[in-house]
Ligand binder design. Structure first.
Ligand code: FES
Ligand code: FE
Length: 459
């Protein structure tokens, strides 16, 4: 970069080129870009950290990260969820060195300062001698708390003292996310701790892909189609091309995803007369992933008419939440070849310009039968877990793209988002909000992700 003047806006414009819908490959491994992201995007935006059913009891905690900063996500004695910096204010040691656990106090191993499960300072050894708390009041010796928002159990946090309201951050995506995570009386629960794997890839390779890259299923995941792992007949990739049709949706905040009519992949189950079927009949023929027929009445208590229509007609199957989370709510075959619903979330945790940690949580409705939960967990691990048949394809591209961007010539290249929908606009009878692109999958939702990235980077 021409670093003088070192303007964030100038760099952002150089990286994300709106005139031609191209993105500089440098974005995928440049250390300066990474530093900017940590200071802007990961300081200012709401960051997904996990689910509150991971820490159901007072004192339960998990350790995660916001950008480069280690944090403790903790259920305080009051029952509230707190997120605080995992850095001791005494001399900077990490306070908690394990992934998860339960403790009323977190005690620093270096000199023994102890902190309550809400991050506040509890005390230090030999405190009677008044070693601490005279020059700096004890009320100021706690672990720095982030702001926290819990959306239907999903924990988000930010260091921003004055963040945009969470509802503004989620924007029109809330309408669609509610159809996945806020549709039953008792909501979702995690099926165990997240799977984690380190990948030598930049977090954005995964972030941008998850916001609606439908194309790659035809080629990168071709072997899965041929093996009948993604619905369709499995005879050839062309039998699965209809699954490329549906609605790509995105919002001004950079969130996005793909809605696909179930008959595109499960035509035999949905029947040839599906066009004439009511919403109720559609839901009865193939309840959405994770729901039993008995649970269908619950969705009428929690979703409005339009949301239920989306769920029945063309449900959101996969998508991304800006900047570094994604979700999958779809069917995958179990070991017996039977299609089972799976509900999953990924987090693309940056570990540097060319490395990330991929987290995968699996979920089920709390009210689902135990046998269904067991099958959902098994199929989730098999499909989208660290060694899952789907994610093994994707993670390969993420690391290779990152490596490509390090070459002299590679770094001069661009990523191109020039498949434009043109005539493919929002259907007149589509009930949901946001930018809706009907028809064959195109680049718009991913491009909108990059525009949001550019704006956040320059902020
Ligand atoms: Fe934690 Fe000293 S660094 S008690
Ligand atoms: Fe994929």
């Amino acid at each position: 970069f021409q670093k003088t003047p070192d303007s964030a806006k100038q760099i952002a414009n150089e990286l994300v080129r709106e005139e031609t819908r191209e993105v500089s490959m440098r974005v995928m491994s440049d250390p300066q870009v990474y530093e900017m992201e940590m200071e802007t995007i990961f300081q200012k935006t709401w960051i997904f950290l996990g689910h509150d059913t991971e820490i159901p009891k007072a004192g339960d905690f998990v350790t995660r990260k916001i950008g480069n900063d280690a944090v403790i996500v903790s259920r305080a004695a009051s029952g509230d969820v707190h997120v605080f910096l995992n850095v001791c204010p005494h001399r900077g040691m990490r306070v908690c060195g394990v992934d998860s656990g339960n403790s009323a106090l977190h005690r620093c191993i270096y000199h023994g300062w102890a902190f309550r499960s809400d991050g506040s300072f509890f005390g230090a050894p030999v405190e009677r001698e008044q070693m601490h708390g005279k020059m700096t009041p004890k009320s100021e010796l706690g672990l720095k708390n982030a702001k926290v928002h819990i959306y239907n159990g999903f924990i988000f946090a930010t260091w921003n003292e004055n963040p945009e309201p969470f509802d503004d951050f989620l924007g029109d995506m809330k309408y669609y996310m509610d159809t996945l995570v806020a549709r039953t009386d008792n909501g979702l629960e995690v099926l165990g701790p997240p799977q984690r794997v380190r990948i030598r890839g930049n977090w954005k390779t995964a972030g941008e892909q998850s916001t609606g890259d439908g194309f790659h299923t035809l080629t990168l995941h071709r072997s899965l189609m041929e093996a009948g792992q993604m619905g369709g007949s499995g005879d050839s990739i062309y039998d699965n091309a209809p699954a490329m049709y549906g609605q790509n949706i995105s919002t001004d905040q950079g969130h996005g995803g793909r809605c696909i009519p179930p008959e595109m992949t499960f035509s035999a189950v949905m029947g040839t007369d599906i066009d004439k079927c009511s919403v109720e009949e559609r839901l009865d023929r193939l309840p959405p992933p994770g729901l039993t027929r008995e649970m269908i009445p619950q969705i009428y208590r929690h979703l409005d008419e339009g949301q239920i229509e989306v769920l029945a007609r063309s449900p959101l199957q996969a998508g991304g939440l800006f900047p570094n989370a994604s979700f999958v709510f779809l069917f995958a075959p179990d070991v017996n070849g039977e299609f089972v619903g799976l509900l999953g979330m990924h987090l693309f945790q940056p570990l540097g310009p060319d490395e990330m940690e991929l987290y995968t949580w699996l979920f089920a409705e709390k009210d689902a039968p135990e046998d269904m939960k067991r099958r959902m967990r098994a199929v989730g691990v098999q499909a989208v877990g660290s060694s899952g048949v789907i994610e093994q394809d994707d993670t390969e591209t993420w690391s290779v793209i990152t490596q490509s961007s390090k070459g002299v010539m590679g770094s001069r290249g661009t990523l191109k988002y020039q498949a434009i929908t043109g005539e493919h606009t929002k259907p007149a009878d589509w009930p949901g909000p946001g930018h809706v692109y009907d028809g064959f999958t195109k680049d718009d939702t991913q491009w909108n992700w990059w525009v949001a990235y550019k704006n956040a980077l320059a902020s």
